[in-house]
Design a protein around this ligand. Structure first.
Ligand code: FMN
Length: 213
């Protein structure tokens, strides 16, 4: 368990105010592009934290599937633990853990389901196997054995032979996260890191602050 005692230096690459876009969504797009170019596994993977009815936070990884000037989109099962939590309490945190680049981006915001045409379009883009898996799985519910899932999948594969259109299950769709805070973190030597945080203002503009490491 060397990792527990090892001290890794995070390097000299700084994050300067002059180098960062005034629009944090544009800056995020630049960092995502750089994560793609660095060839890290699933550069669009993000850790999503939601809040349960009793106030407990829960976290899990999902994939970013849509990004534009105002928000972040992902797809999931609305009846899963996270789906139910977000429908009841839209407060959400997203974390992009780009360790290979000594970077992370932390986002706080509000989540809302995407409209039906948007969710339909996301579903239509999935490979057929993943479409059938969305039907076969009551995500986050216990099941006695793997066999039962495999049998459900086999039945669905028989019902929808390759190439046939699979409709989107109502329980499956997108969420759109509108950010209220976005922090860009760049690791530096001596654990003396750079942190720049953008906070959304009521008029739609962003205020940028440097945070202590
Ligand atoms: C790399 C990676 C990507 C994932 N992408 C998704 C995703 O896009 N949507 C999703 O519902 N689950 C995704 N998962 C599975 C979730 O982490 C989680 O197990 C599942 O959504 C159930 O979460 P919940 O019970 O908290 O709702 C992914 C897991 C990993 C490790």
């Amino acid at each position: 368990m060397d990792s527990l005692t090892r001290h890794t230096d995070y390097g000299a690459t700084g994050l300067n105010e002059a180098d960062i876009n005034d629009d944090p969504m544009a800056q995020f797009a630049t960092w995502l592009q750089q994560a793609e170019e660095a060839d890290i596994f699933e550069p669009n993977a993000m850790v999503l934290s939601s809040v349960e009815a009793d106030g407990s936070p829960t976290s899990r990884t999902v994939l970013l599937k849509g990004l534009d000037a105002s928000g972040f989109e992902f797809v999931t099962n609305y009846e899963s633990t996270k789906g139910r939590a977000l429908l009841a309490n839209p407060r959400v945190a997203l974390l992009f853990p780009w360790y290979a680049l000594k970077r992370q981006v932390m986002i706080t915001g509000m989540a809302a389901p995407t409209d039906d045409p948007t969710s339909d379009a996301y579903f239509a883009r999935r490979p057929q196997g993943a479409q059938l898996a969305a039907w076969a799985s009551d995500q986050s519910e216990p099941i006695a054995r793997r066999d039962i899932l495999d049998e459900r999948m086999a039945a669905l594969e028989a019902q929808y032979p390759e190439g046939t259109t699979v409709p989107r299950p109502e329980k499956w769709g997108g969420f759109r996260v509108i950010p209220t805070r976005i922090e860009f973190w760049q690791g530096r030597s001596k654990r003396f890191h750079d942190r720049l945080r953008f906070s959304a203002q009521p008029d739609g503009s962003w205020v940028r602050e440097r945070l202590q490491p």
